[in-house]
Design a protein around this ligand. Structure first.
Ligand SMILES: [Zn+2]
Length: 284
């Protein structure tokens, strides 16, 4: 269980909410240092706003948006310290529920960092330089971690199939980029319970290979009637778009949506991710 003084935690949350990656890192480091110092000296910190309050228990959500391959515009930072659209949207939305950390460098995702992470969101591509490789992430999930994979996450770690097997699908083209209709095939999940019917949006639509259909709980599928289906490379796949998996003690949520910038201002799509976070945090 992580224990950090409230002041430092608040600073970290504020920094994350403001999208200040460096400040967030700083505040978290200060918090950890303070916690250790306090424990060693047995003294209360003058800096803590309320040292007698119970330890803060906000879950920690790490957003990793590194692109080792193709970089999507929505995760691009105009400047190193200016958060991307995805980072801003999720930090602002989730900072009241979680301590949101913005991470651009997978080399920092070592075992200690993972052990201190409740939910890891990946909007990534390519062979990420995670210490220990993809298998370190797979082991973390199997041991009870929670992974939220967005859009090009299935275009990540092509050379390390254990990751794509964990995720449940591997990117295999995007034949459609248009307004589509999605079929909510499972409404008994927090990520879909509030979705509109019909659920239509404009996005780039992926197809997948390396998929174990029996192991997926599919929440959303592409409605084949809403596209030129003759362009499908996998016409018998059922075209799952969002799905979940439980793997040993861990949980995986995947959505193929999220390419276009307007989705990151779309209440239905963001609500879909809110529900995903609730499920991954095992709320309720
Ligand atoms: Zn895309």
């Amino acid at each position: 269980m992580r224990t950090r003084p409230l002041l430092a935690l608040a600073l970290a949350s504020l920094a994350a909410a403001c999208g200040d990656d460096a400040a967030s890192e700083r505040a978290t480091t200060e918090a950890a240092t303070e916690a250790v110092t306090g424990a060693e000296s047995g003294a209360k910190s003058d800096q803590a706003l309320d040292a007698d309050a119970p330890p803060a228990s906000k879950p920690r959500v790490v957003l990793l948006t590194q692109s080792a391959g193709y970089e999507h515009a929505v995760v691009k930072r105009a400047q190193a310290d200016a958060p991307s659209l995805v980072e801003r949207a999720l930090a602002e939305r989730w900072s009241s529920r979680a301590e949101v950390q913005l991470l651009r460098d997978a080399t920092q995702l070592d075992a200690a960092r993972l052990a201190d992470t409740d939910v890891l969101l990946l909007y990534t591509t390519g062979e990420l330089p995670v210490p220990g490789g993809a298998s370190a992430l797979v082991e973390w999930v199997r041991a009870g971690g929670a992974l939220l994979g967005v859009h090009s996450v299935s275009d990540t770690f092509h050379e390390q199939p254990e990751f794509l097997e964990l995720l449940g699908g591997e990117f295999d083209g995007h034949p459609w980029h248009q307004r589509v209709r999605l079929l909510v095939v499972d409404r008994e999940h927090p990520a879909t319970a509030a979705l509109p019917e019909p659920f239509e949006l404009h996005d780039e639509i992926y197809e997948y290979k390396r998929r174990a259909e029996n192991d997926l709980r599919v929440l959303l599928r592409l409605d084949p009637k809403s596209v030129d289906f003759s362009r499908a490379k996998h016409p018998h796949s059922g075209h799952p778009m969002s799905w979940v998996r439980e793997v040993d003690a861990g949980r995986v949520f995947h959505t193929g949506l999220g390419h276009r910038d307007e989705l990151w201002r779309d209440e239905a799509f963001l609500g879909h991710l809110d529900g995903a976070l609730s499920w991954l945090l095992r709320e309720g």
